[in-house]
Design a protein around this ligand. Structure first.
Ligand code: ZN
Length: 320
């Protein structure tokens, strides 16, 4: 039953992606995306967040007299409105872009920005994914997107911390443990006291662990621990998805929810339970109201990832 459900969903979402070039229902239809007004809001210090209606692919914008650095680029049809939104708070040129990971709602604007002379930075592993013939993504039981344009590939890649020095501040970008993907990058603005965590941290659903692109539960927990350790009481955190800028306490709550589910599933595996029995026991019951409401990523998607990574019998690949 699960096989057929997943299979038909995969077909549907493949059609969606091929026709719309987008990633899951939260990306919206590409038709009309260009007309989407993007909102810019002040986060702290010199950092702003640009957001499309409904949230998702949240962009960080570090602005000042020397230029603008963006974190992620949303979808291609939104670039003009992205530029307009940034233009509301600065006259400076957009000079740099950091991609937090490979997903289309974070790299879709790359080609347009590159054509404007913006220099694109990403983790080594993220650039490797730009070179693949097609991209495979986890939502809706698995979906595909065409290879991103060559002109949008990152020009500078890294596998250790790098720093940008302009606008009188240091901006640090560095690899997170492989969490959402194996190319995850965190961006820290120490002087402005802001963290942009890409999709490792979201406020809208259970963590999306993209096994097709090297994500892991263990890395998700380690990456969140890293971010929590870096955050102080006043740190503002831009989630990859979610309408609100939040703080350290929200990251702790997200991590603790993951640990609670992990621990429950682990005990059930040790008791000899297989995945279907564990799903029926609903180890996420206490969290579903808050974290399980995104139709394309619910407990039915998250729990199997936890189960298999903890060594439960069977293989995730066979379930899809
Ligand atoms: Zn993502």
């Amino acid at each position: 039953m699960i096989h057929s459900r997943k299979f038909s969903q995969a077909i549907c979402s493949t059609a969606l992606v091929l026709s719309a070039g987008v990633f899951g229902p939260f990306a919206g239809a590409q038709v009309g995306l260009g007309a989407t007004e993007l909102a810019i809001e002040h986060v702290a210090g010199n950092v702003y967040m640009v957001q499309r209606p409904g949230g998702g692919g949240n962009i960080g914008a570090f602005v000042g007299p020397d230029g603008v650095l963006l974190v992620d680029s949303l979808f291609a049809p939104m670039t003009e409105n992205l530029r307009k939104a940034v233009g509301e708070v600065t006259d400076s040129e957009i000079r740099f872009l950091i991609n937090t990971h490979i997903h289309p709602d974070h790299v879709g604007g790359n080609e347009n920005l590159a054509a404007m002379g913006v220099v694109i930075f990403a983790h080594d592993n993220t650039r490797l994914k730009f070179l693949e013939q097609s991209s495979h993504f986890p939502r809706n039981g698995g979906s595909f997107a065409p290879q991103p344009p060559a002109a949008g590939r990152p020009v500078v890649t890294f596998n250790d911390a790098i720093s940008f020095h302009f606008n009188g501040e240091e901006v640090r970008a560095f690899p997170a443990p492989p969490a959402h993907t194996d190319g995850d990058v965190f961006v820290h603005f120490p002087a402005s006291d802001v963290l942009h965590l890409g999709d490792v941290f979201r406020t809208t659903s259970y963590p999306v662990i993209d096994k097709f692109n090297g994500g892991s539960l263990r890395g998700t927990i380690a990456a969140l621990d890293m971010a929590i350790d870096m955050a102080g009481p006043g740190t503002r955190v831009i989630p990859g998805h979610g309408l609100a800028v939040v703080g350290r306490a929200e990251m702790v709550a997200f991590r603790d929810m993951i640990l609670d589910i992990r621990d429950q599933v682990y005990v059930m595996i040790r008791q000899g339970m297989h995945l279907d029995a564990i799903m029926a026991a609903q180890p996420t019951a206490a969290h579903d109201a808050q974290w399980g409401q995104e139709a394309s990523w619910t407990a039915a998607d998250f729990v199997p990832l936890v189960y298999y990574e903890l060594g439960g019998a069977g293989r995730l690949e066979d379930r899809r």
